[in-house]
Structures are given as C-alpha cells and as structure tokens.
Design a protein around this ligand. Structure first.
Ligand code: SF4
Ligand code: SF4
Ligand code: SF4
Length: 327
C-alpha cells in the first residue's frame, strides 16, 4: 500500500479528449501525483483488469455498447466515488446526437452492413453514463477544462465536496445584452455584418450561452461564434423539473424582447422550434434522459425523431449504397 487513493479511468464510447485532459491534470499538478495511484487506465497503465475496490473511478464517454454498460456498472459497484467526466458521460455529448437515427442504418451507411460479428454489441440507443448509474460528481464540458478536473480530484483527496458552478456562460461573455427591438430569429450563423460587441440573442441569432453552465471563459462568443452548449445545461435547468433548455432560452428571449414570460413563453418557444432544427438546442445533450423528461424536452425530442433531417437521411442512404459498391 502506498497510502495514496487508488484511481481508475474507464473509457466508454468517447473520443479520448477527456482522457487527455485528465492526463494533463495529473501531469501538471504534482500534488495530485502524490495523492493518487493509477490502478486502471488502459491509456496509461498495463493492468487489464478493473480492481475489486477503487477509491475514485472516472468514466469518460457515452454508453453505446453492451460492454460500455457492463464496465459502467462495474465502475459503480467497485468505486467509492464515481465521476462522470465530460459532456458525453454527463449528458450523452456530441455522440448522443446519433440517437435521432436508427443505429443500424448508420452502421450500414458507414460499414456497408447492419451488423459486424466481431464488433461490440451495439445498444438500440445511446445513453449518458450519469443516467444509468448514480454518480457522485459530474465534471461537464467537451472537453472538460484541466483545472476543473484538478480541482475535483484535489477536493476529493482532501475529503471536501467538489464545488458546483451555478452561473451561465453569459457571466463570462463580454458581449452586451441589449433589448430586442423586433422579435425574429436568423437561422444561420452570424456573418461579418454582426455587431462584435452585442449579444447574439439581441441580434436575433441563436446562442445557448444563457442556458449553458459557466466555466469555459466564453471563448466562442468572444471569437464571433455563438455558444453551442458544449458545457451542458446550467444548474437550474439540470435540477428544476419544470425548466428545460428551450423553455429557459425562450424566457431569456422574451425578457429581452419586453414580453411577459408568463403569457408569451409558448409563442417564443413556437418561433424557436419553427426556425431551428430541434437538435440545435441539444447538440451535446440529445441522449440525456434527464432533459427528455422535462416539459419541452419531451416535445422537442419527439419532434426531432419525427422530423429527421431529410438531407442527412438521404446522405446516409447514399453512403450505404456506396459502401455496398452500388455506386
Ligand atoms: S466529452 Fe467531448 S472530449 Fe470528452 S469524450 Fe465526449 S466528445 Fe470527447
Ligand atoms: S447569449 Fe451568448 S452572446 Fe449573449 S451574452 Fe450570453 S454567451 Fe454572450
Ligand atoms: S462558449 Fe459554449 S460552446 Fe464555446 S466552449 Fe463555452 S460552453 Fe462550449
């Protein structure tokens, strides 16, 4: 025994970006190297079996295969503290967007057949790890910042609670929110004529900053790109049963437009859903069960699955024919 806490990192179906961030957190913070002993992490150590008991386990990625599901369950059973790292583990992440399409159609499009015997068994849909087992902490974002990971690991090692952020990206954005004079939404991304100092919402563009959790420093709106919500929803949306991404966004827009959120909310929600593909609001959270259970969350997900983007479906079908050598 080294007197250190044992640490395992279990990759599920992710891109590895969260793992790189976790690795950087440990490499850059020597105090963490003194407090943790890595006992399982396929990228870093040779051990191939998950130990029976682990002090801190981190899962990265979403749950897409039966093997992912089994590893997640084992991680929960064997660990004292379980962390869902990154937007994929917390909310389904960008990979969860695939959940609006039949997985076997996607397999056929990419590999030319619906099933590959030697590959992992795919589940019928994608899941956020945090929806399937109780997790002790969520460190969201895509990828999560190194400092957030270091802060959490240090707090756990010191027996403290990991602090939870309760503000939004807007609190770090330098753009000024101004009243909306005429309520209309522009479907595309802001062009060169957009005012660089004014909030995107005030200019009629979709920006998810006001519904996304704080912590990234708002790099996207600083560089002329609206927030796509990679950090995941802010605390109030995550916790309140009656609050979802679309409702909270519509409330902010209604207030900026001088409307009464109590009476005009449905009108703004309707306008948003008519202008944008419903998946725009859930780019990083589409697979989240928590958000689907919310009032508009349910409606938006139903809408997204019935209004499957015909262009994308056509592209999938073309790729399937190509993969089968028909073109
Ligand atoms: S949250 Fe982002 S960085 Fe992490 S595994 Fe998912 S896609 Fe990769
Ligand atoms: S909505 Fe977007 S552009 Fe407006 S203040 Fe928030 S982050 Fe900045
Ligand atoms: S501004 Fe939004 S999309 Fe950009 S890094 Fe922050 S949370 Fe992610």
């Amino acid at each position: 025994m080294t007197g250190k806490l044992t640490l395992a990192l279990i990759p599920l179906s992710g891109c590895g970006g969260c793992e790189v961030q976790a690795l950087r957190a440990l490499a850059l913070h020597e105090d963490l190297q003194e407090r943790y002993e890595i006992v399982y992490w396929p990228l870093v150590v040779e051990e191939t079996r998950l130990p029976e008991k682990i002090d801190v386990a981190i899962v990265e990625g979403l749950v897409r295969t039966r093997e992912n599901l089994e590893m997640l369950r084992e991680a929960r059973l064997r660990s004292r503290t379980l962390i869902a790292l990154g937007s994929c583990a917390a909310w389904g992440g960008i990979g969860g967007s695939a959940d609006s399409f039949n997985p076997w159609l996607s397999m056929k499009a990419i590999y030319g057949r619906e099933k590959i015997e030697e590959s992992a068994e795919m589940l019928p849909r994608a899941y956020a790890a945090a929806d399937l087992v109780p997790v002790d902490y969520v460190i969201s974002r895509c990828p999560p910042p190194v400092e957030h990971i270091a802060l959490a690991l240090r707090a756990i090692a010191e027996g403290k609670r990991v602090p939870v952020a309760d503000s939004t990206v807007c609190s770090q954005c330098p753009r000024e929110m101004k009243p909306i004079e005429q309520l209309e939404f522009k479907p595309g991304l802001p062009g060169p004529d957009a005012d660089p100092n004014t909030c995107f919402l005030s200019q009629g563009y979709l920006c998810l900053g006001s519904v996304t959790t704080v912590g990234c420093g708002a790099p996207c709106p600083r560089h002329g790109i609206p927030c796509f919500g990679c950090g995941g929803p802010h605390l109030e949306i995550a916790e309140r049963r009656d609050m979802d991404i679309v409702t909270a966004l519509a409330r902010k827009i209604a207030t900026l437009a001088g409307l009464d959120p109590a009476n005009d909310l449905d009108k703004v929600v309707d306008m948003l859903l008519k202008t944008y593909d419903p998946r725009r609001f859930y780019v990083f959270t589409f697979a989240s069960q928590v958000l689907r259970r919310k009032p508009h969350g349910y409606a938006v997900h139903a809408l997204a699955s019935t209004r499957r983007n015909p262009v994308f479906v056509k592209r999938l079908e073309e790729r399937a024919r190509f993969a089968q050598g028909e073109e």
